[in-house]
Design a binder for this molecule. Sequence first.
Ligand code: GLC
Length: 479
Amino acid sequence: MLKVLFIASEAYPFAKTGGLADVVGALPKSFGKDVDVRVMIPNYGSIPNLLEKNIHYHHHFYVQMDGKDYYCGILTGEHEGVKYYFIDNEYFFRRPELYGYYDDGERFTFFSRAALESLSSLGFEPDILHCHDWETAAVPYLLKHQYRTAFPKLKTVFTIHNMKYQGIYGFDDINQFLHLGFLPNDMEFYGKLNLMKGALYASDLVTTVSPTYAHELKDPYYGEGLDGVIRSIGAKEIGILNGIDGSVYNSATDSALFVPFSEPNGNKAANKKDLQEYLNLPVRPDVPMIAMVNRLIEQKGLDLVANVIHEILQLDIQFVVLGTGDANYENLLNSVAYNYPDKMVTRIEFDDPLSRRIYAASDLFLMPSKFEPCGLSQMIAMRYGSVPIVRETGGLKDTVSQFDPNTGIGNGFTFLNYNAHDMLFTIQNAVNIYHNDRGLFEKITDNAFNSRFNWENSAQVYLTHYRNLKEAEYHELYT
Ligand code: GLC
């Protein structure tokens, strides 16, 4: 049987700050019975009630780094049919947050080395290590350069969920954990050490989370300084679109909704009315509600929104924003909402049930990202019958297509350039259709609602690559 170990810094429901956790939590469930996919993450202080979730001590050993012995416990347990391993070291991981510490580089190089060293005693011998994002980027590098004799056949897949975060540190800051001796060319980045760069060269296969982003990463605008590396690894880098978990996001069964529904047109109205009451907005069935549910950061296109927010609010709409992020965007949105109490509500918080109510109540979902490796919110929005307005980039381009009234095809509204007025025109167009041709708007809503992005499809693509890699006699099959 094919055996795969996911190594990541987040997995829903144990630890989540972003979409990475959703992917690592959902994808392993989607492979079916002939693959054994397990997951390894750190045992953070914030992981709740370990014992209640039936997670227990497995064994422990010591990782030698910098002439010292570091304790490494392995806890294990099962969640929704998937076996999990938790790397336990209280000094590194018993902290209130997942990231944001001065020694994050050390914490995750420890995690990466501990993951490799645990392999001989897990009782599970994977064929493939599937690593995610910079926090685990040292794994393929160390395997190739320091552990190859112990695991001659083991192959590695590295997935880029976001090229913006690469794990860049001074050589001396983390070399005591990497034991490199000198700064190697394949990690060197403007005089510093770049963990992501090392993984791009050392992995047998590099994937990212949408075909368009895979292509965009070759371009300096998106490549964050590693576009040249991406171009040089050629066919070893591919894009596989993420999905969403249909059992978690289902408007017909979602108990968070005011009124669950299996058909959007007609039924969303009740959700809109309840949400308007809940948020103290005027209760009006005839006004299009535009929602934003996302981290309020530059990546998500907040600059564009900030630029034309007053023009947007001249339209006959309601605008609901939920999320946390950069203080300057939070403050701006709050103060604008204060000035338009009948039109705009801002909720600066992370509230999962409220997010679902907003998806279900809103007519339009705004996501004008500057770049977007995949994006999950637009897929969730569609699943709840909220029509996306997106910029044509990354996974947004691969999941949303501009509606064409001549063919009746298309599940949303799109614009190409990162330009506030292009976005504004697209919003105006959508709002016009809502006000002037409700039948047409309902058709677009149906198209969005019936779009399907299942994990099973993605899992089949990963599986084909896992099998190719396992059967390959040599490493770097794709170069
Ligand atoms: C990151 C990306 C997002 C992607 C997610 C899961 O959060 O920013 O676009 O959907 O990872 O792959």
